[in-house]
Design a protein around this ligand. Structure first.
Ligand code: ZN
Length: 247
């Protein structure tokens, strides 16, 4: 099976369009969407509509920003900027797009034999997986060989074979990760709409389960255009600034 893995678009239309342009001629058996379609960015409807229009089989889960934007969660644990953006988003979403976001299921979700997806952690959809300690707790009970997760906006992988949990940040414009039999992986494709690993380019992945290879990709996009959209919307200035820094 060949998968396209998309996460944390956060209402960034230019970034998602750049990614979809890049993969336009490629064929996938399924597209995996790890949540946070909206929140922070100024184009929530366009991003939701692009996800709804994805061809073929789509397996998606909701993210924490999706939940707050459609009233599934109150956002009481959100910081000020995130809450302002979520409230702005909930006013802007069309009824049809809000319905779609509200219907996104909680993770984890099994995709196929040996592949699962979630937004935060497979044990708790809202939990951040940052450290090898976080990953070790998951690997203690979570048996799925390859789990894609988002939420941290850092393109990275945690793996366990015999012995210690290994952590690796996946940087550069592209690269390959071999999936070894008998090992287990928590793989983060990074964020399309708001990267936070110092590289402002949109980040996504593909996974070929037959050839056992994950590939990561970074795609430049029109950051200035998206910043303009955020400023015109009256969203907090920091949300425009951080896109240029990828932080
Ligand atoms: Zn996110």
């Amino acid at each position: 099976m060949r998968y396209l893995v998309l996460s944390d678009m956060h209402g960034n239309r230019s970034a998602l369009e750049a990614v979809l342009r890049r993969v336009r001629r490629k064929r996938f058996d399924a597209t995996l969407v790890l949540g946070d379609l909206v929140g922070y960015g100024a184009a929530p409807n366009q991003v939701v509509e692009a996800v709804r229009a994805l061809p073929g089989r789509v397996v998606a889960v909701r993210g924490n920003h999706d939940k707050v934007a459609v009233g599934v969660d109150s956002g009481e644990n959100f910081n000020h900027v995130a809450l302002i953006a979520a409230q702005w988003t909930s006013r802007r979403l069309t009824p049809g797009n809000a319905r779609y976001v509200r219907a996104l299921p909680a993770g984890p979700r099994a995709v196929d034999d040996g592949v699962a997806i979630c937004h935060g952690s497979p044990l708790d959809e809202d939990k951040y997986v940052f450290s090898d300690q976080d990953a070790a707790e998951i690997f203690a009970s979570w048996r799925t060989p390859v789990t894609f997760f988002g939420h941290t906006h850092v393109t990275s992988v945690f793996s366990v074979g015999e012995g210690w949990v290994r952590v690796r940040q996946l940087d550069g414009a592209r690269g390959e990760l071999a999936i070894l039999p008998g090992h287990r992986y928590l793989v983060n494709p990074g964020s399309i709409g708001q990267p936070r690993d110092g590289d402002p380019r949109a980040s996504y992945m593909t996974y070929d389960s037959r050839r056992r290879v994950v590939r990561w990709h970074r795609v430049p996009y029109a950051v200035g255009e998206e910043q303009r959209r955020i400023r015109q919307a009256g969203l907090p200035e920091i949300l425009a600034e951080r896109l240029a820094a990828g932080a």
